[in-house]
Design a protein around this ligand. Structure first.
Ligand code: PRP
Length: 180
């Protein structure tokens, strides 16, 4: 399927903005209770996590530093290439710090497995993973997902930061894509 074949009409609502925002608030509380008053470094995985990160950090009740990393494995495809490319690295010093990776979705787990290996070289004190969505059935490598918003099925999804061929990231709700 090419992006040209997907119109807004072929998207089926899965999670409304209201449902997402309620759950993001709950997650922020859960995360805040888990960290000490020293807080954490929130490391947002671009591009998909930009909207989730912006909402989540507004509700976190611990001090935080924010940084972004950009990795990519899907490109314009609907399935992962299995190879994770580092496009933009972390900029702040993670040494001795508690790092919270924030991603929009864990699917095969390849991205987070890469993240854990990659971040280890910066010698953080701890690394935890927070994903808004978790496609548990598609996991191919074991990664610890410490915090997650929703467990969802294997359908391809878009919206709330998540794209298909760079489209639909701006949508406030999350949709499944109906193949025609
Ligand atoms: C997506 C998503 C996650 C990753 C999850 O990123 O944002 O980072 O895939 O998949 P996995 O568990 O199978 O590795 P993508 O490579 O599409 O880049 P993007 O965030 O820039 O869209």
């Amino acid at each position: 399927m090419s992006s040209g074949e997907i119109s807004k009409a072929s998207l089926k609502p899965l999670l409304s903005a209201e449902t997402i925002h309620r759950r993001v608030g709950e997650l922020a509380l859960e995360i805040s209770k888990d960290y000490t008053p020293d807080g954490c470094v929130v490391l947002s995985v671009l591009k998909g996590a930009f909207m989730f990160t912006a909402d989540l950090i507004r509700h976190l009740q611990v001090p935080l530093e924010l940084d972004f990393i950009r990795v990519q494995s899907y490109g314009n495809r609907m399935s992962t290439s299995g190879e994770v490319a580092l496009i933009k690295d972390v900029e702040i010093d993670l040494s001795g710090k508690d790092v919270l990776i924030v991603d929009d979705i864990v699917e095969t787990g390849y991205t987070q497995a890469f993240m854990l290996r990659h971040l280890a070289m910066f010698r953080p004190r701890s690394v935890k993973i927070c994903a808004l969505l978790w496609k548990k059935a598609l996991l191919r490598v074991e990664v610890p997902v410490h915090f997650h918003g929703f467990t969802i099925g294997p359908e391809f999804i878009v919206g709330y930061g998540i794209d298909y061929a760079e489209r639909f990231r701006e949508l406030p709700d999350i949709y499944t894509v109906q193949e025609r």
